[in-house]
Design a protein around this ligand. Structure first.
Ligand SMILES: [Zn+2]
Ligand SMILES: [Zn+2]
Length: 160
């Protein structure tokens, strides 16, 4: 490829020249794109039933940063919000349904945005992470040892 070709490609993708340590993410269809411009402070895998529904999965995985450091860089007009509880808004792509963010308007985390780690495009290895609401794990979800939580596990625990 010629030098001109390289320059054209660079101009078509200006976001690749952003701060080198920013994390980049996008929804399934690629319409919504975002940047995370500070260190991810908290990583949680939430097994509550609302996260199961929202993610269509056994659990939802989130990283949290101050809201000022989470920037939607494309497709914001496609983003839809759903208040899963009073004061809690979950956002998703209106075109493809990818779960994007979780925010609460009150309380200790009101100035933070939690984003779904499954939508990251940049390699991200957290220093530590935690699992919450494990009692709500679905019976069909086997743990790393292949063990099911079993039908007798406490159900209905939810925080959001
Ligand atoms: Zn999408
Ligand atoms: Zn949850």
């Amino acid at each position: 490829m010629s030098r001109i070709g390289h320059n054209v490609i660079a101009n078509m993708h200006p976001h690749t020249t952003e701060t080198s340590n920013a994390l980049l993410g996008s929804c399934l269809c690629g319409s919504v794109r975002y940047e995370v411009r500070s260190e991810v402070k908290a990583v949680a895998h939430c097994h509550c039933q609302m996260c199961q529904k929202a993610h269509g999965a056994a659990f939802g995985s989130y990283g949290s940063v101050p809201s000022d450091d989470f920037l939607v860089t494309a497709g914001i007009e496609l983003m839809r919000g759903y208040n899963s509880s009073p004061g809690v808004q979950r956002t998703f792509c209106g075109a493809c349904g990818s779960t994007l963010t979780w925010r609460e308007s009150q309380g200790a985390w009101s100035s933070w945005t939690s984003f779904s780690l499954g939508t990251l495009d940049t390699l991200f290895i957290p220093e530590k992470h935690r699992h919450v609401h494990l009692a709500s794990r679905p019976c069909w979800h086997l743990d790393s040892e292949g063990v099911s939580p079993g039908a007798s596990a406490a159900r209905g625990e939810s925080h959001q």
